[in-house]
Ligand binder design. Structure first.
Ligand code: FES
Length: 75
């Protein structure tokens, strides 16, 4: 079993990505329905995924928008 917080480059900065969970750990939806067991899954760390608890990549577009906003001096 292995759990890691991922980081990735975005707009020239490093941003937090999803949690990588490896080793066939059972994952359940909030209504207790299990997902099919997989050796690797990515769990949302940003709270914006539309397929919770899994990452759907939304963290990246949100981070890009925040960084661009900050660079324009709006955040
Ligand atoms: S961490 Fe990827 S959508 Fe939340």
């Amino acid at each position: 079993m292995q759990i890691a917080l991922t980081q990735e480059g975005c707009e020239g900065e490093m941003i937090n990505g999803p949690f990588w969970v490896m080793g066939g750990i059972p994952i359940f939806r909030s209504d207790h329905v299990p997902f099919l067991p997989r050796n690797r899954v990515t769990l949302c760390n940003c709270g914006r995924s539309s397929i919770m608890p899994l990452c759907d990549g939304t963290h990246r577009s949100h981070a890009e928008a925040q960084i661009k906003k900050r660079k324009r001096g709006q955040a």
